[in-house]
Design a protein around this ligand. Structure first.
Ligand SMILES: *[C@@H]1O[C@H](CO)[C@@H](O)[C@H](O)[C@H]1NC(C)=O
Ligand SMILES: *[C@@H]1O[C@H](CO)[C@@H](O)[C@H](O)[C@H]1NC(C)=O
Ligand SMILES: *[C@@H]1O[C@H](CO)[C@@H](O)[C@H](O)[C@H]1NC(C)=O
Ligand SMILES: *[C@@H]1O[C@H](CO)[C@@H](O)[C@H](O)[C@H]1NC(C)=O
Ligand SMILES: *[C@@H]1O[C@H](CO)[C@@H](O)[C@H](O)[C@H]1NC(C)=O
Ligand SMILES: CC(=O)N[C@H]1CO[C@H](CO)[C@@H](O)[C@@H]1O
Length: 374
């Protein structure tokens, strides 16, 4: 009898859950459900939680093998880290459940958001073309999700969901690094400022399309000193491991252009609100003063081989098979030649969430405020 009534209870619960789609009740405790603000993620390996597990690519753009995922998950998920990413911590701060990769097979509902990011992706189609989901394709996936929302919820509720949602972007690093990693001649064909203009132009198109479809709350991170990541220090052996200036200067131009763009969009687009996180200075601080932030090593990676473990061999499934792995990723800022450890991702996500704008770390909104405003 008890068993029968609990069966009915489960059936009833199932019906109740599927009937209240976007109120978030199906995935969240009641007290959080009403406040749930969805998040849609776009960009590269900084945010990719496994989309590249499901595309035809090479192991250079995948992280679905050991020791990726070794600490938190205890198995590889496709995240380029030992554990969780910034996106995971932000979802947690926002009282959201795990936000799945768009390409993960099986039906799911998109009411609380979904992740379109793809490791290796850039704003330009040429960036690692054929191996990644570029920004334009990510946008086309978003358009499918938007249609799904309209169909499931009707126009009014879909519009509310879309305008309440936060759209988080991490894009650009691969556009600037890939020419050095693939021997492409693309940078010979444009001045630095023209090339940066192309990247920012494509990002602008993407933002404007999401805005035109009702998106209002946008969040961005700027680019780090790209020339100083372990994988870029070793590009020119005659540099003896110093930073690769050419790519750092592209990142600087990009950062200036990005903050200018967002400032302009806020003036021109009614209701456009944004948060820009200064990833650049936050990472630089930790690279230069690791012990202040609880790390032992700020410049060399935990996993990889060669100087600074800059050879991108972590896991032994890429071009170079040899790799070394540190004992404790928590001692390191860099997890592999291009990516960071869970420990620093958590610190960065906490800053993005709650830093005050007079700290110059984030502005005009921090993520907490961006999630809360209407
Ligand atoms: C991926 O590659 C496999 C084998 O090369 C092929 O059979 C499959 O059709 C490809 N899938 C896509 C989506 O291109
Ligand atoms: C971005 O740039 C490429 C050229 O690399 C172009 O083909 C593409 O259509 C552009 N637009 C968007 C929105 O990505
Ligand atoms: C780039 O060119 C150099 C020199 O020609 C060559 O040694 C290297 O293997 C090339 N790298 C790639 C990724 O093609
Ligand atoms: C750069 O320009 C040269 C000469 O016009 C052309 O052959 C080459 O394909 C271009 N490279 C790229 C990557 O666009
Ligand atoms: C690299 O080291 C060599 C030998 O010590 C030195 O001759 C060269 O100037 C150094 N290059 C740079 C860019 O520091
Ligand atoms: C405006 C902005 O955020 N600029 C940053 C871009 O990156 C450089 C260093 O790479 C920083 O010094 C700037 O503050």
């Amino acid at each position: 009898m008890a068993r029968l009534s609990s069966l009915f209870f489960i059936l009833f619960l199932h019906i109740a859950l599927t009937a209240t789609r976007c109120r978030g009740k199906s995935q969240l405790p009641e007290k959080h459900a009403r406040a749930a603000v969805p998040i849609f993620l776009f960009g590269d390996s900084f945010l990719d939680v496994g989309n590249n597990n499901y595309i035809n690519t090479s192991t250079l753009d995948q992280a679905n093998f050991w020791p990726y995922g070794e600490t938190y998950f205890k198995f590889p998920t496709g995240r380029f880290s030992d554990g969780r990413l910034v996106s995971d911590f932000i979802a947690k701060h926002a009282n959201l459940p795990w936000i799945p990769p768009f390409l993960q097979p099986g039906f799911r509902q998109y009411c609380l958001g979904v992740n379109f990011a793809s490791a290796g992706a850039g704003a330009l189609a040429e960036t690692f073309q054929g191996f990644v989901i570029d920004l334009k394709t990510q946008l086309s996936y978003y358009n499918k999700v938007e249609s799904w929302l309209r169909q499931e919820l009707g126009n009014d509720e879909a519009r509310m969901t879309i305008s309440r949602a936060v759209y988080l972007f991490s894009i650009g690093s691969n556009d600037y690094m890939s020419p050095f990693l693939t021997n492409s001649t693309i940078l010979n064909n444009y001045s630095d400022s023209t090339y940066v203009g192309m990247v920012i132009g494509n990002l602008t198109t993407t933002i404007k399309e999401i805005y035109a479809r009702g998106g209002r709350k946008f969040a961005f991170i700027n680019l780090p000193d790209l020339g100083c990541v372990p994988g870029m220090r070793i590009i020119k052996s005659e540099n003896n491991g110093s930073c690769l200036e050419e790519v750092t200067s592209l990142a600087n131009l990009h950062n200036k252009s990005l903050s200018k763009l967002l400032f302009e969009l806020e003036k021109r687009l009614k209701g456009f609100k944004y948060s820009l996180f200064d990833f650049n200075s936050n990472l630089r601080q930790r690279m230069h003063h690791p012990s202040k932030y609880g790390f032992k090593e700020g410049e060399a990676a935990c996993c990889g081989t060669g100087p600074y473990r800059g050879v991108f061999s972590c896991g032994g499934k890429r071009i170079v098979k040899e790799f070394q792995l540190c004992k404790d990723p928590n001692d390191y800022v860099f997890w592999d030649s291009f990516h960071l450890t869970e420990k620093i991702y958590k610190q960065l996500a906490d800053q993005m969430w709650s830093a005050t704008s007079n700290s110059h770390d984030v502005g005009p909104y921090n993520l907490r405020k961006l999630f809360r405003i209407n």
